[in-house]
Design a protein around this ligand. Structure first.
Ligand code: HEM
Length: 232
């Protein structure tokens, strides 16, 4: 019964909340000064911002930001390649996931742990943090932790051969839970936490992922000057 809920029901709940939530967040200003009014712009509510912490503790922003962003980008593409490889029995694609995922996973876990340490130890960053800042970091540490635990500690790999076809079934509206019931527990927990995370994502500051490139085209230039230059 639980397998049915987690691997048939939950994926669809996640899909609805993920896409519905992005549309809702994008086009409504219900949570902001536009309270009660629909605003036809993604920036209508000021909760879209990443609430950048880069002004504080500059020495540690580099490892945190670079490692977690590059880590997650490589993880995203290697998961897609691994699942396609798993669904079509392409061993080299699944192998690629293994090694690229391992490297990117270590990079990611290092970066995301730094991000949490920054939030807890730098007083200004702590003061500006809201609960969702901590919740998204903890989610990502748990998801990345289970992924790495499975492949680097339990040395189990190749679950993509089951997960690829299962995901294919979900998108074809013919979910087949039998494909995934035999997966190791660490991997099932990895997937369950990832599904919960994706359902929650549209309601956090992580929505910036969906507008990141567009803002750069239209936003005004930001003048970056060194302090010494300003004193002249
Ligand atoms: C619903 C979304 C996700 C699914 C279905 C999924 C599924 C999987 C599977 C099946 C594996 C093992 C692959 C194999 O044994 O062939 C894996 C590994 C891994 N996943 Fe995910 N994952 C998801 C989301 C995420 C997210 C959001 C992260 C980032 C925090 C992540 C990080 C990792 C890591 C670090 C590994 C280990 C990679 C390696 O050592 O090669 N996963 N994932």
């Amino acid at each position: 019964m639980w397998d049915n809920f987690f691997f048939i029901g939950l994926p669809y709940i996640t899909i609805v909340l993920f896409f519905g939530g992005i549309i809702y967040r994008g086009f409504s200003g219900l949570m902001s000064e536009y309270r009660g009014k629909w605003d036809w712009t993604v920036r209508g509510d000021y909760l879209w911002t990443t609430r950048s912490t880069g002004f504080f503790g500059r020495a540690s922003i580099g490892p945190a930001s670079l490692c977690l962003h590059w880590g997650i980008i490589i993880l995203f593409f290697s998961h897609v390649i691994g699942f396609i490889g798993g669904a079509y029995n392409l061993a080299s694609w699944v192998d690629f996931f293994r090694w690229a995922g391992l490297g990117a996973g270590i990079l990611f876990l290092y970066g995301i742990s730094w991000a949490l340490v920054r939030r807890i130890t730098i007083p200004q960053v702590k003061a500006m943090s809201t609960p969702d800042d901590y919740i998204v970091l903890l989610f990502l540490i748990v998801i990345g932790g289970f992924g790495l635990y499975q492949s680097a500690v339990e040395l189990v790999f190749g679950v993509s051969y089951s997960v690829g076809p299962w995901i294919g079934g979900v998108f074809k509206l013919q979910p087949d839970v039998s494909k995934i019931v035999g997966a190791p527990l660490a991997n099932k927990l990895h997937i369950i936490f990832a599904l919960l995370f994706f359902a929650y994502l549209p309601f956090t500051k992580l929505v910036h992922v969906f507008s990141y490139p567009f803002g750069y085209i239209t936003r005004p230039f930001i003048s970056m000057r060194k302090y010494v230059a300003l004193k002249k």
